[in-house]
Design a protein around this ligand. Sequence first.
Ligand code: HPA
Length: 250
Amino acid sequence: MNPTIAVIGGTGMNTWPGLEIIQRLESTTPYGKPSAPLIVGRIASVEAIFLARHGEGHKLPPHAINYRANLKALADAGVTQVIAIAAVGAIAPWFAPGEVALPVDLIDYTWGRAHSYSDGEPGGMLQHVELSQPYTPSLRRALVSAAATSGIRISGEGVMAITQGPRLETPAEIQRLKRDGCDLVGMTGMPEAALAAELGMAYACLAVSVNWAAGLSPSGVGIHDEIHASIEAGMAKVGGILSAALPMLT
Ligand code: HPA
């Protein structure tokens, strides 16, 4: 049987440690090739697919990722549930580097990305996809209980800002995101979430805080030093949550 769960790994998770690799699928879609081959593997006795969002070797910047090909390739492979992993900056005081959150909502500040399958192609259908719940509640609930089972603290809240990158933000931009109600900030959450919704796939994001967003670090440590210090431990938590979650999702 084809796996129905996929993990899209981002910065800090370019491979899935512990995944026993069964097959590499070199796929192509009407939108082009995904960032990397789909890795079909087994973990915790469950089969799942891994996709390296930034490509093998972590070369693709957030604005150059072919999100449409990534999500379409997963859907074509039979995936119905997508768990997106993202290393993000913290805006809310409760989200110190090393903490993990499952955001409930998002604001899209990106531009110029191919962000929809509904693009007026001849024969295509105009679809106004609903995004009232950009992160699927049932998938979020499973990930919260997986974290509880494995004794890993996770916050089940937060609004994610998605910025264009690849540069980090200015302090004034972060203050604006804060006024907008954002708690965390990353660069890859959109159009990924919307495309998953257009394809009818469940989608949730395990966000790892790897730095205080620009201008917010109480210690004044540089952002890249903060990322360096926190990313490995944060991603280890993600691995634990995923291993506990997969058997709950099949
Ligand atoms: N801003 C945007 N994206 C990020 C950050 C940040 O501070 N840290 C990791 N991804």
